[in-house]
Design a protein. Structure first.
Length: 85
């Protein structure tokens, strides 16, 4: 398994620590090998839950940058779905 940093954005109000515990449980079921599970978990850079996401959005709105973010989301969506002809 290659190590690439992963950020999870999870639609949950649970703490990032609790979410990571659940990710660990699922990884143990899927991979079975402790070394692989550990590598997988070590690649998790950040877990963002709903309260954190709301906080980030509030900061963006306060800074007056929401239109910039919406434009960037539109650009990334076009790239993802190959709509930029």
């Amino acid at each position: 398994m290659q190590k690439y940093p992963i950020t999870f954005v999870v639609k949950s109000n649970e703490t990032p620590e609790k979410i990571k515990e659940k990710i660990q449980e699922e990884a143990k079921l899927k991979y079975k090998v402790k070394a692989i599970v550990n590598r997988y978990l070590n690649s998790v850079e950040e877990i963002i839950n709903l309260p954190m996401l709301h906080e980030y959005i509030d900061i963006i709105i306060e800074q007056g940058k929401i239109s910039d973010i919406i434009k960037e989301i539109a650009i990334q969506s076009q790239l993802e779905f190959n709509l930029n002809s």
